[in-house]
Design a protein around this ligand. Structure first.
Ligand code: CP3
Length: 344
């Protein structure tokens, strides 16, 4: 097994810096688009063999050091009684969004994996197809990010409905966050039982909060999700965007690896977090739309800031953009490997 990724999660030295990308199995890959022409996103997720094939594509094509399970943060919500669609180019849409205590009370909690058995089967199929070439990362949405979709009904820039409910109806907020954290904890534990080698908690939109609100309304719940993996050897990655000013609070919520975006230099973020955790990031995905000399110089800057310290996983600050040329991504993977190998 290529163990660069797991070694970096544990802050152990390895032969080269590991690389993987959020959305590495996505629309920027022509091979993925070909499969998507014939199947919907949900159909792929619910077909273990197809799901395994898609998860393994970037390992074969790009040479990345980890695979991420092909799924979506919205899937387990179906098991909680939520109806949603995923619209092309837009993202999740929930027509009956949550607005009051009544609607939150009627959500069920996932306690076993029986409602999302297909994800567990997809994990087994993917592990088998990968055949120990690289580790497999499982994941779930973090309570805050899921709550924001449930309350807003779709993606938003300002999170007004979410914040309004959080500030004016704390009983409803805390009930919702409690149900989400219990369900996601059980879901991640089921993924661990099914064989994933690491997990990532996606709190994509939590950067819209300041530190005090994070502390009061989010921290206990993200902490609760991680608590379901206590005592296991599985590394946990804690991801968010726009988190430069709340990193210390996120650190308290837990995680072995912190995934940061490009809005903060990686060395500054690592100093804030402390060197007892590993770090993942943080190239701006837009850089991959440019030319190889800029891509190399920006990647080299990140590697220079990390220096000789072990515990860095190279990634973008957020997902690969659909219009990214595949060749740029392949060259970036090779560059990070060669650059860090030659450094010894
Ligand atoms: O390669 C991978 O990253 C693995 C699979 C994966 C998907 N979604 C598949 C997918 C992962 C890890 C996710 C997580 C996810 N889903 C997040 C957290 C990460 C992030 O991007 O912040 C969020 C917020 C979602 C909700 C969601 N689903 C969004 C915002 C979108 C994009 C809408 C669009 O079309 O641009 C989706 C759809 C989705 N999920 C796609 C993929 C590959 C897009 C393309 C498609 O429909 O095939």
């Amino acid at each position: 097994m290529n163990d660069r990724f797991i070694k970096a999660c544990r802050r152990e030295r390895s032969d080269a810096t590991p690389v993987w990308f959020m959305r590495q199995a996505g629309r920027f890959l022509p091979e993925y688009r070909k499969i998507r022409d014939k199947h919907s996103l949900i159909d792929i997720c619910k077909d273990p063999e197809l799901c395994a094939e898609v998860s393994a594509l970037p390992v074969d094509i790009l040479g990345v050091d980890a695979a991420i399970l092909f799924a979506d943060i919205m899937l387990p919500l179906e098991g909680m009684g939520v109806k949603f669609e995923i619209a092309d180019g837009i993202g999740p849409i929930i027509r009956k969004s949550l607005s009051d205590f009544q609607s939150v009370s009627s959500l069920t909690t996932l306690e076993t994996d029986s409602d999302i058995q297909y994800v567990m089967e997809a994990i087994s199929a993917t592990k088998k197809l990968l055949d120990s070439r690289v580790p497999l990362i499982g994941f779930c949405g973090a309570p805050f990010t899921l709550a924001s979709y449930l309350i807003e009904g779709h993606a938003t820039r300002d999170f007004i409905k979410t914040k309004k409910l959080m500030y004016t109806n704390p009983a409803t907020w805390h009930l919702l966050m409690d149900k989400l954290s219990t369900s996601m904890g059980a879901y991640l534990r089921a993924q661990a039982n099914a064989g994933v080698d690491a997990v990532q908690l996606f709190d994509s939109w939590v950067g819209c909060l300041g530190p005090t609100d994070y502390h009061t309304y989010v921290l206990p719940y993200s902490q609760k999700v991680f608590s379901y993996l206590n005592g296991r050897e599985i590394p946990c990655i804690h991801f968010g965007t726009g988190t430069a000013t709340i990193l210390e609070e996120m650190r308290q919520a837990g995680g072995d690896v912190f995934s940061i975006d490009w809005r903060i230099p990686i060395d500054v973020a690592w100093r804030k977090l402390g060197y007892e955790v590993a770090i993942q990031g943080n190239l701006d995905p837009a850089v991959l739309l440019t030319k190889s000399d800029l891509i190399r110089s920006r990647a080299a800057d990140i590697l220079m800031r990390v220096g000789n310290r072990s515990g860095h996983i190279f990634n973008l600050g957020h997902g690969i953009l659909p219009e990214t040329p595949q060749e740029n991504v392949r060259q970036l993977v090779a560059f990070v490997h060669e650059h860090t190998m030659s450094r010894g």
